[in-house]
Ligand binder design. Structure first.
Ligand SMILES: Cc1cc2nc3c(=O)[nH]c(=O)nc-3n(C[C@H](O)[C@H](O)[C@H](O)COP(=O)(O)OP(=O)(O)OC[C@H]3O[C@@H](n4cnc5c(N)ncnc54)[C@H](O)[C@@H]3O)c2cc1C
Length: 185
């Protein structure tokens, strides 16, 4: 089956992407790795009128550790980046290091993103469970964005998140130990 017709935009800045999502309202969707969204579109379970492809936006593919041990992960950090990461093994993030290679297969891991997995909010998704276990938080950006919100409260149910087109997550983060404090945006 083919997807229904949609408008495709590939902005080069986060501000442009947020503006497009605002313009599209409830009919706009972010395209990250496409590993969950595209299959749903092909089956017409998802029929967005506007796709905002964030893959041309520079600087979202990072993952890094802050001085206080906070691990920050950008919206375009792929599963494979985490699988190969030198930051996760060695006892620093053993849960994440264990989860990354278990996700699907190398093709999916090369495209799919941790943030996309959280936004998709499939209860079977591995990263959502990891974020709950580690007390991770998500930082959203947009006109209505606030500070980091705990992942546990960001997904009120199956395939649902509290984010809106004007408040898209740009990165989740998890602390090595203890409860999350704040995160710069
Ligand atoms: C064959 C196959 C096997 C799989 N097996 C597993 C598995 O074993 N374990 C597992 O956990 N997952 C599995 N997945 C899912 C995979 O991990 C996906 O990569 C992931 O669920 C979604 O990430 P993505 O970047 O591809 O998101 P996309 O498909 O691009 O997007 C998914 C959803 O999130 C939204 N979204 C994405 N990024 C953002 C953002 N920054 N802001 C706002 N909204 C956003 C999109 O609009 C869409 O609604 C599998 C997928 C396939 C195709």
């Amino acid at each position: 089956m083919y997807p229904s017709r949609f408008r495709y935009e590939a902005p080069r800045s986060l501000a442009e992407a947020i503006s497009l999502l605002h313009e599209g309202g409830g009919e706009a969707k972010v395209l990250a790795g496409g590993q969950s969204l595209v299959p749903l579109m092909k089956l017409r379970f998802a029929t967005p009128e506007l796709l905002v492809d964030i893959n041309n936006i520079g600087g979202l593919d990072y993952h890094r550790e802050d001085a206080d041990g906070t691990l920050r992960i950008g919206a375009l950090c792929r599963h494979a980046d985490l699988e190969r990461s030198a930051l996760l093994p060695g006892g620093k993030q053993p849960t994440m290091a264990a989860a990354a290679p278990l996700i699907a297969d190398p093709i999916v891991r090369n495209r799919g993103t941790l943030v996309g997995s959280l936004c998709h909010a499939d209860p079977q998704g591995d990263w959502a469970s990891v974020m709950v276990a580690l007390g991770g938080s998500v930082v959203a950006q947009g006109p209505a964005a606030g500070g980091p919100s705990r992942w546990r409260t960001s997904s009120p149910g199956r395939s649902r998140t509290c984010w809106t087109p004007t408040r898209s997550p740009s990165r989740p983060w998890s602390r090595r130990t203890g409860a999350p404090r704040g995160a710069a945006t």
